[in-house]
Design a protein around this ligand. Structure first.
Ligand code: TYD
Length: 138
């Protein structure tokens, strides 16, 4: 399975005296895949931790369009916590990344662009299995 990569993307803001507008286009340098699904997470209760899984093949771009949350990412070697608190930033996730989303503010809306339809078979929800898959990559 593909080694995990994460990177933050600065999205182009079209701003004027009316406010701001950001456009995301599929198959672009910002969203390097065809978007088959968009979903968003909101109304998350305090102290909730979401995610706790990795994906086998899915590519995603996460944008916190309102509020803030933390995305903890572990590629099997390095752990990092990325705070998304700005709608002009996107977090690209590809390959084997164990991710946990936490510290959602009450107004947080986390939008996710995904390269494929929802498919439970693409999930690795067992942490030991994630470590095993990852180990076989190094
Ligand atoms: P879940 O995987 O628990 O979300 P998270 O990764 O944020 O912790 O998904 C919650 C429920 O929503 C679960 O029943 C599966 C369903 N779901 C869909 O039907 N389609 C989707 O695209 C996603 C991401 C989840």
């Amino acid at each position: 399975m593909k080694k995990g990569t994460t990177h933050l993307i600065n999205l182009k803001v079209n701003g004027d005296n009316r406010g701001s507008l950001i456009a995301l286009e599929e198959n672009s340098s910002v969203v390097p895949f065809f978007v088959k699904r968009v979903y968003y997470i909101y109304g998350t209760l305090p102290d909730v931790v979401r995610g706790k899984h990795a994906h086998k093949t899915l590519k995603q771009v996460l944008v916190c369009v309102s509020g803030a949350c933390d995305i903890e990412c572990f590629d099997g070697q390095h752990r990092q916590t990325i705070t998304l608190n700005n709608p002009s930033q996107g977090l690209y996730l590809e390959g084997l990344i164990w991710r946990e989303m936490k510290n959602f503010t009450p107004d947080c809306v986390l939008m996710v662009l995904a390269s494929d339809h929802y498919n439970e078979a693409d999930y690795i929800r067992d942490y030991t299995e994630f470590l095993k898959e990852n180990f076989s990559n190094w």
